[in-house]
Design a binder for this molecule. Structure first.
Ligand SMILES: NC(=O)N[C@@H](CC(=O)O)C(=O)O
Ligand SMILES: [Zn+2]
Ligand SMILES: [Zn+2]
Length: 345
């Protein structure tokens, strides 16, 4: 039995750091284990322009505690007013690594997202030309589509037509939750990847709803039935280079989660690596953990793999149930088991 596992330092290819007091509280939780992260732009107001991304990057770096090393990889929030020239300039300056598509109304702070895809076509064409990837929150928002079907319908109604129309555009399906999404990613020869979260490997919809409603397991896209969870575990642990870790760690203060209309998002930055080691071992795939957390995403984004390493060691460690932020407490994701691994210092 392996008792220690040293891997290239992981990256998080989908992360919410927020701003202000929340940023200060959650940034060390990620920087402790991860070298880089793709930073989601859904602030209020959103990070739309290159200038806003530069200012946000500077706030992140200013909030990084002394002695910690972490590189934020910035993204722009795609709106119907986004200027293709501004996107191209931000990319040429090395400031941004992706543009994020939120269908308007799909998730937290997505009101300024896209309604009419014709309006963003010039930006998407520009991105295809310069090789800048599009990250997608892949859910339709039509009121008549069942919330559990919104990802699968997005693939058929939005993503597949878009990719046929612009085959050169490189796309990442963020936080996939269905076997349809995993199959769709595998069906593409190139230019399509997917992030998978820690929590979607651990929970299915029963965890949210059986025995009382669990607001800390509510996120978007919402966890689906167990067969989909199984498909995600299979994809993540397969070593297939098209699947990589994006934790979607999305902090909300407890009062915003534990109320009559709770926010979507699971906060997993603190304990993601021990949970993943546990899950990969359950799947007899510890040897594939490094590909998922440290190699595949870097390759997709055409960035070097981190030279640094991270060592995981066997043995459970106590993890706090919450962190404190200046805005209030944030509950850390409870996987429902004690991970058999910890990150060695
Ligand atoms: N995943 C979530 O449930 N929430 C995210 C937004 C998102 O990634 O869709 C958030 O910003 O809180
Ligand atoms: Zn999302
Ligand atoms: Zn997210």
């Amino acid at each position: 039995m392996t008792d220690s596992l040293t891997i290239h330092r992981p990256d998080d290819w989908h992360l919410h750091l927020r701003d202000g007091a929340m940023l200060e509280a959650v940034l060390p939780e990620t920087a402790r284990h991860f070298a880089r992260a793709i930073i989601m732009p859904n602030l209020v107001p959103p990070v739309v322009t290159g200038a806003q991304a530069a200012a946000y990057r500077d706030r992140i770096l200013a909030a990084l505690p002394e002695g910690m090393d972490f590189q934020p990889l910035m993204t722009l929030y795609l709106t119907e007013e986004t200027d293709p020239a501004d996107v191209a300039a931000a990319h040429a300056a090395g400031l941004i690594r992706a543009v994020k598509l939120y269908p308007a109304g799909a998730t937290t702070n997505s009101a300024s997202g896209v309604r009419d895809f014709n309006k963003v076509r010039p930006v998407l064409e520009q991105m295809a030309r310069i090789g800048l990837p599009l990250c997608t929150h892949g859910e339709v928002t039509d009121a008549e589509v069942d919330i559990f079907d919104r990802e699968a319908v997005f693939i058929d109604k939005v993503l597949d037509p878009l990719r046929r129309d612009l085959p050169e555009l490189r796309v990442i399906m963020e936080h996939i939750t269905t076997s349809q999404a995993a199959d769709y990613v595998r069906s593409a020869p190139a230019g399509l990847g997917a992030t998978i979260t820690t929590h979607h490997l651990v929970i299915n919809r029963n965890h949210i709803l059986v025995g009382g409603i669990k607001p800390h397991y509510y996120c978007l896209p919402v966890a689906k039935r167990a067969t989909h969870q199984k498909a995600l575990r299979q994809a993540a642990t397969s070593g297939d280079p098209r699947f990589f870790l994006g934790t979607d760690s999305a902090p909300h203060v407890d009062p915003a989660k534990e109320c009559a209309c709770g926010c979507a998002g699971c906060f997993t930055a603190t304990n993601t690596m021990p949970i993943l080691a546990h899950v990969f071992e359950q799947e007899n795939a510890l040897d594939k953990l490094e590909a998922f957390t440290s190699l595949n995403g870097a390759n997709f984004y055409r960035l070097p793999v981190n030279a640094d390493t991270l060592t995981l060691a066997r043995g459970a460690r106590d993890v706090p149930t919450k962190i404190e932020s200046g805005d209030g407490p944030v509950t850390i994701f409870d996987p429902g088991f004690t991970p058999a691994w910890h990150v060695a210092d």
